[in-house]
Design a protein around this ligand. Structure first.
Ligand code: NAD
Length: 425
C-alpha cells in the first residue's frame, strides 16, 4: 500500500509541502521505531477527511473575491477532531494536512481525548476590513459546516485568527443549528463560554516546558523569541515574569534587541498601538535573521514553520530551543542541532498548552459550568509536566531526541487506538 499524495516538481514545492514532508518524515521514524506495519503506517500518513472550498467574499467596494479554504481531519480514532483555523496568504492543503497531523500526535501525547484537525483560508487578514473578515469567516464556516460540531470537529484560533473569529464561527454554527452551541469552537470570548486562562494557555505551556527543560533557576537566563503574536508575546512575558532576560524579539514588522533585557510589558503596549515591534524606542533594531544566531540560552520560535533550516542551524548558539510554533525546525536542521548537542523541546509538547486549555473549555461547555483560573492552571501544569516527564524518560531510555520520543509516544497511542477499535467493515 502506498501513500497517495499529489505529485510535485521541485519548482512547485511550497512551504506547506515542505511542512508535510517534515511531518511524514517524523511519522516514518516513529513508525519504524514502533515497528508498525506498512498498512497502519499508511493509514496514519493519510488524513481521514480533507475538504477544499471556495469562499466568495464581497469587498467593501462591491467587488467579489474568491479565496480558497481548507479543513482537514487527520485522525479521529481517539475522539473528535480538534485544531485551529489559520488565515494566512501562504496556507495550502499540504500545510493544513501537516498541521492536522501534528495535532493528532499532540493530543495523544498529552492524553486528551481528541483526534487532530486543522483549517485554513489563504488570505492576508491585514488586507481585509473587520466587516469583510466577518463575511469571509461566516461563509467559510458555512462551506465546512458538514464537518464541524462539538462531537465531530472543534476549531480554535491559530495564526491570523482570534477570539472574535471564534465568536463568528460559534454564531454561524448556532444560527444554523437553531440554538446556541458554545462547544463547537474553543478560544471564544468569556461572554460566549470561553475559558479563563485560554488566551495565554499556549504561552503558559511554553513557559512551563522551558523551565522544566532548563532544570535550573531561570534567573538571568537569556531568551530570544521569534514571533510576537498570541503565542510569542505572552511567552516572552511569562518567561520574563519568571526571571528570564528576554533580550530579542521579532515579528513580521521587524526585530528588536536589548542585551540588558527588554521591557516586555512596554513592548506589548507598543506593538498593540503601532501594529508591531518595529520602532520600539527602548531597544535597538536588528536584522530578522540575526535573532536566530544570538548568543542566548534559549530560543523560542513562535511564528511559522520551516524557519530553522540546514542553512541557519549550524550558527544557532542557544543550547535550548522551545518550539512555540508548529513545525519551525526542518528534519535536516534537527540532525544538525542534535549533533551539536542542542536540546529541542518539540512543538507537539512545547505548545500543547493551547489545546489542553481548549479541551478544558470544551468540557466546561459540555457540562454548562465554569472553573476558576486556579483550577485551569493546575490542570494545565499537571498535563504539561506529566507529558514532559514521559518524553524525557523515553528519550533517555532509548537514546532518542525529545522530538523522536514525543512522536513515538503520540503515534504509538494513536496506533494502539486503531488496533483496539479494529477496521470497519
Ligand atoms: P499570530 O497570528 O497571533 O502571531 C504570529 C506572529 O508571527 C506575529 O507576530 C507575526 O508578525 C509573526 N511573524 C510572521 N512571519 C514572521 C517572520 N517572517 N518573522 C518574524 N515573525 C513573523 O499566531 P499565533 O497564534 O501566535 O501562532 C504562532 C505559532 O504558534 C503558529 O505556528 C501556530 O500554529 C502556533 N500555535 C498557536 C497556538 C494558539 O493557541 N494560538 C497553539 C499552538 C501552536
Amino acid at each position: 500500500m502506498s501513500i497517495m499524495v499529489p505529485s510535485t516538481t521541485p519548482a512547485l514545492i511550497t512551504p506547506g509541502r515542505q511542512a508535510l514532508d517534515s511531518a511524514l518524515h517524523q511519522l516514518d521514524r516513529a513508525a519504524a521505531h514502533l515497528g508498525l506495519d506498512d498498512g497502519l503506517r499508511t493509514m496514519l500518513a493519510t488524513p481521514r477527511r480533507s475538504l477544499t472550498v471556495s469562499v466568495p467574499v464581497r469587498r467593501e467596494d462591491g467587488s467579489l473575491d474568491v479565496v480558497q479554504g481548507f479543513r482537514v481531519q487527520h485522525n479521529i480514532s481517539r475522539g473528535p477532531a480538534k485544531g485551529g483555523i489559520r488565515f494566512h496568504p501562504a496556507t495550502d492543503i499540504h500545510e493544513v494536512t501537516a498541521l492536522a497531523m501534528w495535532m493528532t500526535w499532540k493530543c495523544a501525547l498529552v492524553g486528551i481525548p481528541y483526534g487532530g484537525a486543522k483549517g485554513g483560508v489563504a488570505v492576508d487578514p491585514s488586507q481585509f476590513t473587520t466587516r469583510e473578515l466577518e463575511r469571509l469567516t461566516r461563509r467559510y464556516v458555512n462551506e465546512i459546516l458538514p464537518l464541524i460540531g462539538p462531537e465531530k470537529d472543534i476549531p480554535a484560533p491559530d495564526v491570523g485568527t482570534d477570539e472574535q473569529t471564534m465568536a463568528w464561527i460559534m454564531d454561524t454554527y448556532s444560527v444554523n443549528a437553531g440554538y446556541s452551541v458554545p462547544g463547537v469552537v474553543t478560544g471564544k470570548p468569556m461572554t460566549l463560554g470561553g475559558s479563563l486562562g485560554r488566551g495565554g494557555a499556549t504561552s503558559r505551556g511554553v513557559q512551563i516546558a522551558t523551565l522544566a527543560a532548563l532544570g535550573r533557576s531561570p534567573e538571568g537566563v537569556t531568551v530570544a523569541v521569534q514571533g510576537f503574536g498570541k503565542v510569542g508575546a505572552l511567552a516572552a512575558q511569562y518567561l520574563s515574569d519568571a526571571g528570564c532576560k528576554v533580550v530579542a524579539v521579532s515579528d513580521i514588522t521587524g526585530a528588536v534587541h536589548d542585551a540588558r533585557g527588554l521591557d516586555i510589558a512596554a513592548l506589548r503596549a507598543h506593538a498593540a498601538e503601532s501594529g508591531g515591534v518595529h520602532g520600539f524606542a527602548q531597544a535597538d533594531a536588528m536584522a530578522h535573521e540575526d535573532l536566530f544566531e544570538l548568543d542566548v540560552d534559549v530560543l523560542v520560535p513562535a511564528a511559522l514553520e520551516g524557519v530553522i533550516t540546514e542553512a541557519n542551524a549550524p550558527r544557532i548558539r542557544a543550547r535550548l530551543i522551545v518550539e512555540g510554533a508548529n513545525g519551525p525546525t526542518t528534519p535536516e536542521a534537527d540532525e544538525i542541532l542534535a549533533a551539536n548537542g542542542t536540546t529541542v523541546v518539540p512543538d507537539i509538547l512545547a505548545n500543547a498548552g493551547g489545546v489542553i486549555v481548549s479541551y478544558l473549555e470544551w468540557v466546561q461547555n459540555l457540562q454548562a459550568c465554569s472553573w476558576s483560573s486556579g483550577d485551569i492552571e493546575l490542570k494545565l501544569r499537571e498535563l504539561m509536566l506529566s507529558a514532559f516527564d514521559e518524553v524525557k524518560a523515553l528519550a533517555a531510555a532509548r537514546g532518542l531526541t525529545l522530538r523522536q520520543a514525543a512522536h513515538v509516544i503520540g503515534v504509538g497511542r494513536v496506533a494502539e487506538a486503531h488496533r483496539m477499535r479494529g477496521l470497519y467493515p
